[in-house]
Write a protein that binds this ligand. Structure first.
Ligand SMILES: NC(=O)c1ccc[n+]([C@@H]2O[C@H](COP(=O)([O-])OP(=O)(O)OC[C@H]3O[C@@H](n4cnc5c(N)ncnc54)[C@H](OP(=O)(O)O)[C@@H]3O)[C@@H](O)[C@H]2O)c1
Length: 248
């Protein structure tokens, strides 16, 4: 068995996924598979990270979480190359800022809920071959039902209804997968990266920076590194951010 920890990150060419690939690949015993739906964007991101002289290794894999054929091919490729997966970071997500109505709901749910579920299920057999598997769902504090219903919470007055509903569904999926997989040694987490710079809200500077309020996704990545290094094992099955446990 390869001594490296094999990590797959979906949506690794941008934002939180890219920062996570950079942070996790800085460790010498990590191999990070950058799973991207667009190989051109993926190759550009891979080349940028490889120029940073990171201590771990990186590779690129085509994976569109909305396409079952792509998911199956990705699983087969990881199986052939590594015969297992140690860590799956289901990061790919969408807020579909330029769509409306049913089209927006379809896009958001097919990526954030159905895509994350199909990818989790498809890679579970490879996770079960790992000695210490982790399944990390990149959620959002906006998916917290407790905070959405608490008038004293900043989350209370945020709209983003479709996106919030999708992340609440992702949280329930996380709870259910934790119950199914904990007996098999898989540590399942829902992780909120916080409000950070990315293309989630759109690609102009105001959207990327959330009008100057967004932080650095490398901070989110450090939180994910903490999970990967086993520092949060006692919180498995929970909803967490880089510092704390969050209320469902
Ligand atoms: N940034 C924040 O403030 C924030 C806060 C809370 C939670 N999050 C969560 O963090 C995660 C990452 O988002 P981000 O903020 O980094 O946004 P981002 O910069 O837009 O990155 C999203 C990534 O997901 C990919 N993606 C979208 N649909 C996909 C599909 N069908 N198949 C495969 N990949 C797909 C995108 O690929 P393309 O480049 O090809 O579109 C991109 O690589 C999401 O789950 C998001 O909900 C972000």
């Amino acid at each position: 068995m390869s001594q490296q920890t094999i990590i797959l990150i979906t949506g690794a060419n941008s934002g939180v996924g890219y920062a996570t690939a950079q942070t996790l690949a800085a460790h010498p015993n990590h191999h990070v598979i950058m799973a991207c739906r667009d190989l051109q964007k993926g190759q550009q991101a891979l080349s940028e990270l490889q120029s940073k002289d990171l201590k771990g290794t990186l590779s690129l894999l085509q994976l569109d979480v909305g396409d079952d054929t792509s998911i199956t091919q990705a699983v087969n490729t990881v199986d052939e190359q590594f015969n297992r997966l140690d860590i799956l970071v289901n990061n790919a997500g969408s807020a579909a800022p330029s769509s409306t109505g049913r089209a927006r709901l379809n896009l958001i749910f097919s990526t954030n809920v159905i895509g994350a579920t199909m990818v989790s299920e498809a890679f579970t057999p490879l996770l079960l071959k790992s000695e210490k598997p982790y399944l990390i769902q990149i959620s959002s504090i906006l998916g917290s039902m407790s905070l959405a219903t608490d008038p004293s919470s900043e989350s209370y007055s945020v709209s983003w209804d479709d996106y919030r509903t999708s992340k609440a569904a992702l949280n329930m999926m996380t709870v259910q997968m934790h119950k199914q997989l904990q007996g098999h040694g898989v540590r399942v987490f829902a992780f909120c990266p916080g409000l950070v710079r990315s293309n989630l809200r759109g690609e102009d500077e105001a959207a990327v920076s959330a009008h100057g309020m967004a932080g650095d996704p490398l901070e989110s990545a450090r939180g994910i590194l903490g999970i990967v290094l086993g520092e949060r094992d006692d919180e498995a099955g929970g909803f967490i951010n880089k510092d704390d446990r969050l209320p469902w």
